[in-house]
Design a protein around this ligand. Structure first.
Ligand code: NAD
Ligand code: MG
Length: 381
């Protein structure tokens, strides 16, 4: 299989692992982008020799242009530059590994340029679900999940004709560093405590989302959009070992699961080689070493972020966008030590009162909602 890929967010956790998969698979790299990591992007330019590269931060892009002047890579800046990379000719698949709503517009640019989209950036799908799905349909491209749970479901669904007799999805969750803790015990936890994830090594934002379980709420909404399953038919199951990455249940109560060691290069590679499978960069799963797998019901009382996301997708329209943006703001405030852990759900909940009810929305509606949600969080802190 000869293939060229573009990686948006190439300096992050998923981005770096995507470059590793591309290199091992012999795929060409057409374009790479990041926010402002000049040094890492320069190293990646020298190693992968993309035709285009962009930094969303204009000043950082200007700096990179000087540092990489001796290379043949064209350096672009700003969100425009990131979008130009997303549409760069030659790439078959674009990996969207940008964190947050910032990945939505580039995702739409890639789809509209008829690229298959390997999506790690769940916030884009949560905030702009209908926009992304409509664009995918109109352009006849593939939307390939990178998130491990969604890759697991996607893999399990290969066993049945398109979603036939599909009864429910079972999203597994590690439970994060605060599994089993009471609200009282969570009163004074810090960002440093929350950043100690038991099974996955990820970027800071998603690691905090895993601690608050907002990540699993985002993933429920993501699964709803990706697989067309009603939110009430998506169960969440805490599974501490992160070996079963998710499951599907059919009408005959047969359950299929996808298992593997917790390494994102397995789902990244599957998104890039689908429908083929390549030899793995990751070791084999040794279940005798794992010995036992444990499962628990989530604690909805302590981790209110799960309820918030369920309520948001139940209301539909711009509500998922609103809670996503409120969480982005609150997550940052928590990382900066400006709010406590238990304030996260309280602040996010304030956006329910300021979100418009319309079911049909445009990209500019999503951005307006983003602004209003962030303002609501800041006004209530
Ligand atoms: P990260 O913080 O490690 O990397 C984010 C990347 O996005 C960086 O390259 C950064 O430069 C770029 N970026 C940040 N802000 C930007 C902006 N405004 N404009 C353009 N680029 C910007 O994050 P990550 O952990 O790699 O996560 C990326 C996405 O993948 C997130 O949506 C996350 O939820 C999802 N995801 C991550 C993992 C994981 O294991 N890390 C697993 C599943 C899903
Ligand atoms: Mg996940």
């Amino acid at each position: 299989m000869s293939k060229n890929i573009t990686i948006l967010g190439s300096t992050g956790s998923i981005g770096v692992q995507s470059l590793d998969v591309a290199e091992r698979s012999g795929f060409g790299v057409t374009a790479i982008t990041a926010h402002s990591s000049v040094k890492t992007l320069e190293e990646q330019i020298r190693r992968f020799k993309p035709a285009l590269a962009a930094l969303a931060d204009e000043a950082a892009a200007a700096d990179l242009r000087v540092r990489a002047a001796d290379t043949s890579t064209k350096i672009l800046g700003g969100e425009e530059g990131v979008c130009e990379c997303a549409t760069a000719p030659g790439a078959d698949t674009v990996v969207d590994a940008i964190v947050g709503l910032a990945g939505l517009r580039p995702a739409l640019c890639a789809i509209n340029a008829k690229k298959d989209l390997a999506l790690a950036n769940k916030e884009a799908l949560v905030a702009g679900g209908h926009l992304v799905l409509d664009a995918v349909r109109e352009n006849g491209v593939r939307l390939l999940p990178v998130d491990s749970e969604h890759s697991a479901i996607f893999q399990c669904l290969q066993a049945s004709p398109p979603n036939k007799a599909l009864k429910k999805l079972i999203l597994t969750a590690s439970g994060g560093p605060f599994f089993g803790k009471t609200k009282e015990q969570l009163q004074n936890v810090t960002a440093a405590d929350a950043l100690k994830h038991p099974t996955w090594d990820m970027g800071a934002k998603i690691t905090i989302d895993s601690a608050s379980m907002f990540n699993k709420g985002l993933e429920l909404i993501e699964a709803h959009f990706l697989f067309g399953v009603a939110p009430e038919n998506i169960d969440i199951l805490v599974h501490r070992e992160s070996i079963i990455h998710s499951m599907v249940e059919f009408d005959d109560n047969s359950v299929l699961a996808q298992l593997g060691v917790s390494d994102m290069r397995i789902p990244i590679q599957y998104a890039l080689t689908y429908p083929e499978r390549f030899p793995s960069p990751v070791r084999e799963l040794d279940l005798s070493e794992v010995a036992s797998l444990s499962f628990y019901k989530p604690d909805y009382e302590t981790f209110d972020c799960l309820n918030i996301c369920k309520e948001a997708i139940g209301k539909g329209g711009l509500y998922p966008a609103a809670v996503n943006s409120a969480n982005e703001e609150a997550n940052l405030l928590f990382r900066q030590g400006k709010i406590g852990f238990l304030e996260l759900p309280k602040l996010i909940r304030t956006v329910f009162a300021v979100t418009p009810e319309n079911k049909i929305y445009s990209l500019s509606d999503v951005y307006e909602t983003d602004k209003a949600a962030r303002a609501a969080v800041l006004a209530n802190m």
